[in-house]
Every structure is written in structure tokens, then in C-alpha cells.
Design a protein around this ligand. Structure first.
Ligand code: HEC
Length: 140
């Protein structure tokens, strides 16, 4: 009996979390379209090479030289995540990752918006590079 109610509670909580997530997306306005946004830059070897160079210049000091997180010069306590695993706390599609890089993750985060600092083309190159070193066959 106890076990059943615990299970029931966790599914209620899960449903709640889903609702919150949907609410945040709706509020963001752009989030739904970010999910569906397709990369305009095909993952050619040239794009991946350009992405690796841009990554090294703009992202490596925080996300690490191999993009596995916690780079050498990351602000203390910021814990930049691994960008090569299958975990994406802010969305896993190309469009969502693009949106995080363009807009950052919000006030006070070390993950600042790169809008205007990095040509859009380079952002897509970086995503192609990250995909090339990430898990194969990961959903986008
Ligand atoms: C000053 C340090 C810093 C720099 C520079 C930086 N990031 Fe981040 N990044 C972070 C931190 C910290 C987070 C975690 C934010 C959070 O979840 O609150 C993050 C999160 C992310 C995420 C979301 C990961 C997820 O799990 O959803 C992506 C994608 C990302 N960064 C890509 C980049 C790219 C690409 C660059 C270079 C153009 C870059 N970052 C530069 C600190 C940095």
C-alpha cells in the first residue's frame, strides 16, 4: 500500500514538472520555434574544422579543451557542463543549443549570450563540431 502511494506521488510530481516545463516554454515564446529550428549549415568537414577553431577561441576556457566541462579558467563555482555527453539541461536539438549560445541561460549565469560577439555561421559551425565529438546517433 505504502509503495503504491509513493509511486503515485512521484508520477504526480512528474506530471507537475512537465507542466512547469511546458509553461516555461510557452512563456519564452521563442522556445518552441527554437526546438524545431534546423541548422542552415551542413556538418561538412570544413564546418567542423571551423567550429573546432571557434570553440577553442570562445568556449574552451570554460567548457574545457575537449568540451568535457569545467575548463581551466571557468569562473569559480560555475561548473560549465560537459558538451560531449547526451545530457542537455537546456534542450538537445540543434535549435535549442543554438538558442542557448545566442541568448545565454539567463541573468547571473556564466553562460552569457554570444549574440553579436560571434557570427551566427560560427555558432552553427560550433554545434557541428560538438556533434562530431558527441554521442553518435543522438536525437536532435
Ligand atoms: C565564462 C564561462 C563560459 C563560456 C565562455 C562559455 N560557457 Fe557555455 N556554459 C557555461 C556555464 C556555467 C553553463 C551552465 C549554465 C547553466 O546551466 O546554468 C553553460 C552552458 C552551456 C550550454 C548548455 C548545456 C546544456 O547542458 O544544456 C551550452 C550548449 C553551452 N554552454 C555552449 C557554449 C559554447 C558553444 C560556448 C562558446 C561559444 C560557451 N558555452 C562559452 C559557461 C560558459
Amino acid at each position: 500500500m505504502r509503495r503504491i502511494s509513493k509511486l503515485f506521488m512521484s508520477s504526480v510530481m512528474l506530471a507537475g514538472a512537465t507542466l512547469v516545463a511546458v509553461g516555461v516554454q510557452a512563456q519564452g515564446g521563442g522556445a518552441a520555434s527554437a526546438t524545431a529550428m534546423k541548422s542552415p549549415v551542413p556538418p561538412t568537414p570544413a564546418s567542423i574544422t571551423a567550429g573546432a577553431a571557434a570553440y577553442k577561441k570562445y568556449c574552451a576556457f570554460c567548457h574545457g579543451p575537449q568540451a568535457t566541462g569545467n575548463g581551466p579558467l571557468a569562473p569559480e563555482g560555475s561548473n560549465p557542463p560537459d558538451l560531449t555527453d547526451a545530457t542537455w539541461s537546456h534542450g538537445s536539438t540543434d535549435g535549442e543549443i543554438h538558442a542557448v549560445i545566442v541568448k545565454g541561460v539567463g541573468e547571473g549565469s556564466a553562460m552569457v549570450p554570444f549574440e553579436g560577439k560571434l557570427p551566427d555561421q560560427d555558432i552553427w559551425h560550433i554545434i557541428n563540431f560538438l556533434r562530431s565529438i558527441g554521442p553518435k546517433g543522438a536525437p536532435r
